[in-house]
Design a protein around this ligand. Structure first.
Ligand SMILES: Cc1cc2nc3c(=O)[nH]c(=O)nc-3n(C[C@H](O)[C@H](O)[C@H](O)COP(=O)(O)O)c2cc1C
Length: 354
């Protein structure tokens, strides 16, 4: 099957405009997700043999999860689970949804195993996502936990960003196994200023208070909340972000999102404007993980993401201090059998948290 993907399907898909190919693939995955029999066949044919990871009170059947952005509207988490992803992060969703930036907004660079995107949180909205997921991948009946990644709408001023996060939280909470607060997309104007203390501290505190209130009202435990950060922060900024996340009782960090800078090893000046992902950001993402892990004495959970293309890349992130991993760009380049192959190549690794 991977020979089929590498020699036939990928060359065919790569003849098309990247976003057209992406939409086509998502439609096929959506179709497969609606079919019980196709999911059973995928689960039976694709064997993933990893040690489970217990984290945030959840059991993950392996290290390798699906990063946010691939399935923005939660259309196919069931089939992603059948393909061997240990967890699936859907979104980013905003309240009410929005069309995103103008096309073209997704670009491939196969010679450097990279993508650049400036999608701008195109999504159908947090309510629509929750409704779809409750029908096709309902909570309580999942093999791979579902994270729901929330963000702010383009039109919302940064001073009112908190309102968007709280609304999206309320909309999706019942269907989420964990929530990710995304402050790190480079494609929503000013979003990254939420990394600054004057914005971040009140934002995370209000989300924490909202989470406790929601849990009380629904007679449930509060949801694990993670903060997704940029790979472009310096160490001083990272120290401030992590201390705020810890102080606000957040449960962990996702490091990292795409990069807006072009100072990475092997980076090309000809890249389009937008968020860079894949191999060129691997080193920076890993450095960010290592710094956070050392800063917190390896006690604050980290999900590592950014440029993982093989077992060596994945091991570097786990050695740096990540407890779980996510992939996006390598899934586009390596196809549907890659998540299980990568997970199987890490089966020998011991989990960090028990
Ligand atoms: C086309 C595209 C869209 C993305 N959309 C989102 C998003 O909506 N929310 C988010 O948190 N991250 C988003 N990401 C970032 C990925 O989740 C991931 O953090 C990043 O791509 C680095 O991982 P990778 O090198 O394995 O791709 C997107 C990435 C790509 C390539």
């Amino acid at each position: 099957m991977s020979i089929l993907y590498n020699n036939f399907l990928r060359p065919l898909l790569f003849k098309f405009d990247p976003e057209f190919a992406h939409d086509l693939t998502c439609n096929l995955l959506d179709f497969a997700n609606r079919s019980h029999i196709l999911k059973v066949i995928a689960k039976t044919l694709i064997r993933t043999e990893s040690a489970p990871v217990d984290l945030f009170g959840l059991r993950f059947p392996g290290f390798v999860g699906q990063a946010a952005g691939l399935d923005k509207d939660g259309r196919f988490p069931g089939i992603s689970s059948a393909l061997g992803f240990s967890h699936i992060e859907v979104g980013t969703v905003t309240p009410g949804g929005q069309p995103g930036n103008e096309r073209p907004r997704l670009f491939r660079y196969p010679e450097s195993d990279a993508l650049v995107n400036r999608m701008g949180f195109n999504n159908r909205g947090s309510k629509a996502l929750a409704k779809h997921v409750s029908k096709f991948y309902p909570k309580g009946n999942r093999r791979s936990p579902l994270g729901i990644n929330i963000g702010k709408s383009k039109k919302t001023p940064i001073e009112l960003a908190g309102d968007d996060y709280l609304t999206a939280f309320t909309d999706v909470a019942r269907q989420a196994d964990y929530i990710t607060v995304n402050i790190s997309s480079p494609n929503t104007p000013n979003l990254r200023s939420l990394h600054q203390k004057n914005y971040l501290l009140p934002l995370l505190k209000s989300i924490r208070a909202h989470n406790l209130e929601w849990a009380n009202k629904n007679d449930q435990a509060p949801l694990p909340c993670l903060l997704k950060i940029s790979p472009d922060e310096d160490y001083r900024s990272l120290e401030s972000i992590i201390s705020i996340a810890v102080e606000s009782s957040f449960d962990g960090i996702i490091a990292t999102n795409t990069s807006a800078n072009r100072k990475h090893m092997g980076c090309m000046n000809s890249y389009e404007k937008g968020g860079l992902s894949g191999t060129p950001i691997e080193e920076n993402s890993t450095r960010t993980i290592r710094f956070i892990a050392k800063l917190t004495d390896f006690k604050f959970p980290i999900i590592g993401v950014g440029g993982i293309f093989n077992a060596d890349d994945a091991s570097r992130k786990l050695d740096a201090g990540a407890s779980l991993l996510q992939i996006y760009t390598s899934f586009v380049y390596n196809g549907p059998l890659f998540p299980s192959a990568l997970a199987n190549s890490l089966a020998y690794r011991k989990r960090r948290w028990t």
